[in-house]
Design a protein around this ligand. Structure first.
Ligand code: PGA
Length: 242
């Protein structure tokens, strides 16, 4: 793992956006793995700036998102479909047919998961952006998810439901399930860039980097990835031992 220490989320977003820009410039047809949540917002802000001011071209880029709540309508403002359009896709020249977000409206979730996994197999992800949950989850792979898991339905844990409560007006509106790339799916990405910022991520970051490799901390699987960069701010890096 390569660790890049920065001061705050703003700087983390810029660093990650620069890494993505380099990837897209080197390979205009690259496949991006994207993430939602608070963490990647600054990355998307900088990618939009690069598009508008430096002509960063997304016209041949393909994207896959890590996850989506289930069930949820696309137009629901809490859906990850909505988030990605508002925060990134509406502001760059990615083609709608090149955007892949797992369908949170489908009836047959198993088929959606299998189709999504197959699409990724046919279009291997060149660079995957990740956040990390305070319980060490990546995407919606909660503690105790087998490392071999592919795209699947998950029941969200109390900790993740509470972490996400800030995005919903009423607690009972928070979906209890999600569809997510599995840990095995994520590990197939050629490059991984994980951003962790803020005090509440410090324990998870310590375990991910210096703890045992165990499904109790899903992010610890990244210790085995051959090209994984962790961008961490001062607060999230607080418990890392030098
Ligand atoms: P956050 O979530 O960016 O909203 O902190 C990260 C995650 O749960 O992966």
């Amino acid at each position: 793992m390569k660790i890049i220490k920065v001061q705050n989320n703003e700087e983390a977003g810029l660093k990650a956006a620069e890494i993505f820009k380099k990837e897209i410039k080197n390979n205009p047809k690259c496949v991006l793995g994207l993430a939602t949540g608070s963490t990647p917002k600054t990355t998307y802000k900088h990618l939009i700036k690069f598009h508008k001011h430096n002509d960063l071209d997304f016209s041949d880029v393909k994207t896959f998102n890590l996850d989506e709540y289930y069930p949820i309508k696309k137009e629901n403002i809490q859906s990850y479909h909505y988030f990605m359009h508002i925060k990134l896709f509406d502001h760059i020249n990615v083609k709608p047919e090149n955007v892949n977000i797992i369908d949170g409206e489908c009836d047959d979730y198993q088929k959606s998961c299998d189709d999504f996994e197959k699409m990724i197999e046919e279009n291997p992800i060149d660079i995957q952006l990740l956040g990390i949950g305070s319980n060490g989850h990546i995407a919606f792979n909660e503690p105790n998810t087998p490392f071999t898991q592919k795209t699947h339905l998950v029941q969200l844990t109390e900790s993740t439901i509470n972490d996400n409560a800030r995005f919903f007006d009423h607690h009972e509106e928070i979906p209890l399930h999600a569809l997510t790339m599995g840990l095995a799916t994520i590990m197939k990405a050629k490059k991984i860039v994980l951003i962790a910022t803020g005090k509440n991520k410090a324990n998870a970051v310590k375990h991910m980097i210096q703890g045992d490799k165990t499904p109790l901390c899903p992010a610890s699987i990244l210790q085995d990835h051959s090209d994984c960069t962790i961008i961490v701010d001062e607060e999230a890096a607080e418990l890392i031992e030098e």
